[in-house]
Each structure stands twice: as C-alpha cells, then as structure tokens.
Design a protein around this ligand. Structure first.
Ligand code: SF4
Ligand code: SF4
Length: 135
C-alpha cells in the first residue's frame, strides 16, 4: 500500500509539472476530438493529441513520454484554434518535450546528423531543431 501511495504521489507531481510548464489545465478537455482531426501530423503519431490528453488525465505519463507524438508536433497551433475549451495540445507537447530534455537526454544527437544535411539546411531550421531536440 505504501508503495502504491508513493507511486501515485510521483505521478501527480509529474502531472502538476506538465500543467505548470504548459500553462494548460488537463481536465478542461472533454475529448471532442477536434485537435486530432485538425492536426496535420496526427496520422503519424503513435498517440494522437486527443488520446494523449486523455492518457494524461488518467495519469499514464510514462506511456505518453515513450510515444513519438511530442517529437512530431510542429507547433502549428491548428489544435488550439479548433479547441472549444481553449486547450492547447501544442503547449502540452512542448511541456512534455521540455520535461524529457531536462533529464539530460537529447532526442537527436548533433554528431549523428549527416554533414551534407547540416550544410544545406537553413540556419533557422537548424537552430529551432536544436532547441526542440537537443537537451
Ligand atoms: S500544434 Fe502540434 S498537435 Fe497541434 S495541430 Fe499542430 S502539429 Fe498537431
Ligand atoms: S479540441 Fe480541445 S476539448 Fe477537444 S479533444 Fe482536443 S483538447 Fe480536448
């Protein structure tokens, strides 16, 4: 029982961090599905935005952090513009990325990127890519 309580406390602390960093209130979402329907990359996400939020509401943070969804979000804000509850899945994905990167593990290593790609990519893309993927 003690072990279960400790685990629940950790989960609720992580959920609190996600809400603080994102500025979003998870329980405002009533699962209408508009965010997933309007997201241009939801087809490639292992867990689409609506389901991501539901899983966070249920405390399944570990499963959400393992999925590719937060790394695929392109911060286009289509989800936010269509949300009747003014919830931004973009902010939630950004918070998940920040919490993951703050552990010190990069999602992409600069040394693994091919030099011809780095040489040809626009500077802005490189800077924003490093901000998004490198801890
Ligand atoms: S901001 Fe991210 S989650 Fe929202 S619609 Fe764009 S890609 Fe999808
Ligand atoms: S559009 Fe808003 S209310 Fe609807 S599922 Fe997405 S976050 Fe929830």
């Amino acid at each position: 029982m003690m072990h279960k309580l400790a685990k629940d406390d950790i989960q609720s602390d992580i959920l609190g961090q996600i809400e603080r960093v994102s500025g979003e209130e998870l329980n405002k979402c009533y699962q209408c599905g508009n965010c997933t329907g309007s997201c241009p990359v939801s087809f490639a996400m292992e867990i689409p935005p609506t389901k991501t939020i539901r899983m966070l509401q249920l405390g399944r943070v570990d499963d959400v952090l393992k999925a590719n969804s937060m790394w695929l979000c392109v911060s286009c804000l289509q989800c936010y513009s269509r949300c009747p509850k003014a919830v931004s899945a973009a902010n939630l994905f950004e918070a998940l990325r920040q919490l993951s990167l703050r552990k010190g593990e990069s999602h992409e290593e600069i040394k693994d990127l091919p030099f011809p790609f780095l040489k040809g990519a626009p500077q802005q893309a490189i800077v924003s890519g490093f901000r998004k993927f490198v801890s």
